[in-house]
Design a binder for this molecule. Structure first.
Ligand code: 13P
Length: 253
């Protein structure tokens, strides 16, 4: 079964509200001619309301970069999922920057995945190995454990609400990408683990993105890999022309 390509832009901690509106406008205009590709942007929380209003009639999907699993409470600086319902379509969870810089455990990320699905929002669950893991031959074990922990409370029937993103940590923001073969192989291994955790149908239908220094110069070759269903893009998502060029490349596959 053909899986729809998704090009997702993780803007991280970039862009003021005004800049975010300009970028969102550029992305909507540039992606417009390629309706076969799903396109999503993940601005900062403060830019979400203005972008949601601007994009109300657009097919562009809007997402948050994180969320807390509790409904509300004494969690200074955090954003709860009920605050995002009606505002976003998707939530990125388990990004390596959350894991490494903010110390989020796989178990906590699993709680967030559960809470996000409870609100009928799509989860973009990120997994990926450190360079030491890859060099030690532990990529499959590390990534496999992140997938298992992240999805530990998710039933097969809920998997249409889950998108996975394989982002090797050593390729994020470094200009180093996984080779197309490495991306395809590890994403293929993730698919095989979904077949074990769930069934072949889940493994065949779940979309799995590649992320890590994707740009218009390297995307075509990675995008052509059988297991790769799209990209989660950091740096190149901050320029509308570069980002929408990725959409055009995916549309031409
Ligand atoms: P870069 O595209 O800047 O490497 O970032 C990838 C990423 O972390 C997307 O979530």
């Amino acid at each position: 079964m053909a899986r729809q390509q998704l090009i997702a832009g993780n803007w991280k901690m970039n862009k003021t509200i005004e800049e975010a509106l300009a970028l969102g406008e550029g992305v909507a205009a540039g992606a417009g001619p390629y309706p076969a590709v799903e396109v999503a942007i993940f601005p900062t929380f403060v830019a979400l309301p203005a972008l949601a209003a601007m994009l109300a009639d657009s097919t562009l999907k809007l997402g948050a970069q994180n969320a807390h699993p509790a409904e509300s409470g004494a969690f200074t600086g955090e954003i709860a999922l009920p605050m995002l319902v009606g505002l976003v379509d998707m939530v990125i969870l388990g990004h390596s920057e959350r894991r490494a810089i903010f110390g989020e455990s796989s178990e906590f990320i699993g709680d967030k995945v559960r809470a996000t699905l409870d609100k009928d929002l799509t989860t973009v669950l990120c997994v990926g190995e450190q360079l030491e893991d890859r060099n030690a031959g532990n990529t499959d074990a590390v990534v496999g454990a992140q997938v298992r922990d992240g999805l530990r409370a998710v039933a097969a029937a809920e998997m249409p609400g889950v998108i996975l993103a394989y982002e090797p940590v050593w390729a994020i923001g470094t200009g180093l990408t996984a080779s197309p073969e490495q991306a395809d192989e590890t994403i293929g291994t993730i698919r095989a683990s979904l077949a074990e955790l769930y069934d072949g149908d889940v493994a065949d239908t779940v979309r799995i993105l590649y992320g890590g220094s994707v740009n218009p110069g390297n995307w075509d070759e990675i995008a052509r890999q059988e297991n790769v269903d799209g990209a989660l893009v950091g740096g190149a998502s901050l320029k509308a022309e570069d980002f929408t060029e990725l959409v055009r490349i995916s549309a031409a596959l």
